[in-house]
Design a protein around this ligand. Sequence first.
Ligand SMILES: [Zn+2]
Length: 677
Amino acid sequence: MRFFSLSVVAIACLSAGSFLAPQLALAANAAATNAEIANTEAAKIEATKTEVANAEAVQAAVVEASTNSNATSAIVESSSEATTDAAANVAATPTRANTFVNDAILPPSITWHGASEALLLSADHEWATPFEQSNGTESPSYDDTIAWLDRLAAETTKLQKVSLGKSPQGRDIWMYVASSEGINESARLKQNTKPTILVQAGIHAGEIDGKDAGMMLLRDIIKGDKSDLLEKANLLFVPMFSVDAHERSGEFNRVNQRGPVNMGWRTNANNLNLNRDYAKADTLEMQHMLRAINVWQPDLYIDVHVTDGIDYQYDITFGYNLAQGLSPASFRWLENSYRPAVEAALTAQGHIPGPLIFAVDNTDITKGMSLWNPSPRFSNGYGDARHLPTILIENHSLKPFKQRVLGTYVMLEQTLKTVGDQATKLKSAIQEDKYRASPLITLTWKSAPLAKGWDFKGIDYKLEQSPISGTEVVRWTGEPKLYPNLPVIAETVPDIKVTRPSAYYIPAQWTQVIDRLTLHGIRLTRLSKPTELKLQQYSLSNPVFNTKAFEGRLTVKADSTLAKLTTTLPAGTVKISTDQPLGDLAILLLEPQSPDSLLQWGFFNPIFTRTEYIEDYAVEPLAAKMLKEDPKLQAEFNKALENPEFAADPEARLRWFYERSPYYDNQYLKYPVYRSR
Ligand SMILES: [Zn+2]
């Protein structure tokens, strides 16, 4: 299977080359005409950057000279992979910041300077982004963002704008397609054979760093000296995904985050969290994004966030699926090729990169860190399930906006380089995962300590008794502190597993379920005539509904037992083979014990209601008749009566017979998705 897939890729390379020849010739002409202007622009930008860099270097030196030397050496010691030069860029004096409205209530911040500051244009430069114009404190509105990007796109053919669709409030979700060929159609992008990176900013609209970083990077590609980044890779850039939430903007939207001044809201205009919506895909925004993923077929998906929780030295953290997940080849590429390159670039630019971090206990760091194995409601879990390598960037909310945006820029730039250089390896890993068809699929995970601990670059803290809360409160001191060999607890042990069925069958009436599977890009066929099949079906019992709505849904969990049956399914029944690239995703959406199954999200809630009943006056003679006709039934009933509770419950005794009669609803609590072995 793997070799077959690779040969398909090779054939595509040949045909795409001949198809693209005229396009490349056109692009070359355009480039020649604009060469003079472009060179002038690039020179201007470079000149400005040099000025900024020099000024900042002086500033950094001044700050460093006044730095507490113990604190600085603590960082150097704790930074095993960081170069001394890069670490020296960090002036580790904890200070009370005074830039944003919430600085007064946040822990002390560490004044930061890094080589990446040289990326900034001066505020009055004609191509400064709104972020640069505000000295790294502000992020532009929806209209200002699009106007600025459109002005940039008007300068070039390399940047094209497409709408992924309208938000609930009627805003376009724009995607900018950056390619050296000036492509604006997905079909042509596939034919240029370069790897494609989809960068998505603002799924949580207040966590907007990816937008301002992407604007700067696109500017440097189009107007500066970085156009060669598009020679080996295509970039799809969604500056604002949750567009309506982006416009619910204010100073008080994210209390734990140091800027920008005005930030958007976490959930969309319907109060739904888009990063819980990948599997169920209820929101218009997510439906547009899933279609875009299917149409544009990126090879790498980057979802940019800002995280709070504990304080630590890392400014840019990022993670992806675990080795034990559904895309192990992608994991190996991300872990062994991608991460080292990106961490080296960030470190060289004065940032402190780290893995995705969650403390086991936010008030006691010594308990260690946890690694999470996300389910497909999350971007990174979804990427794992559909074999799209997906990176969750979580910038640290206590680091100032400017530092976070610059770190994101460095990460995105290095991503373009690494993916461009390693296109074949990345594409091979994806193919390997897509056709792996594991016979056992893990639905839920248990945690276990990893063999190796982690030297954690933390921040020191004290616990103080609070007269306000009446208990101990964490006070972060801002002082860097290394926590050597901290335990790491990771969700690496399979809990509930299922065997891979060859196919699922879903009766045609479950239209919403079928629509969702189609939206995900899962291939399905329909039975053209009534067909008798040997199948398996789950019976559900003990359903427990969530006591309150979650993400707009009444979620449910139930026990399930699998039984064999032979049945004739009607024409129009949908068949989903699991022998397809999205077979694993189909399993996670359709197995009842999967936490993100459509069953648990409530798509099948009608099956939990019993709708037909029998009157006592009818069931009593029915029971007498059944007992007379079946002596074995009498023995079973006698056994049931040994339970005193049952024996004392007239309703239960009558129901016992009804449930065994032909009048009983044989579909009640039967999960209407059949499995074929
Ligand atoms: Zn987030």
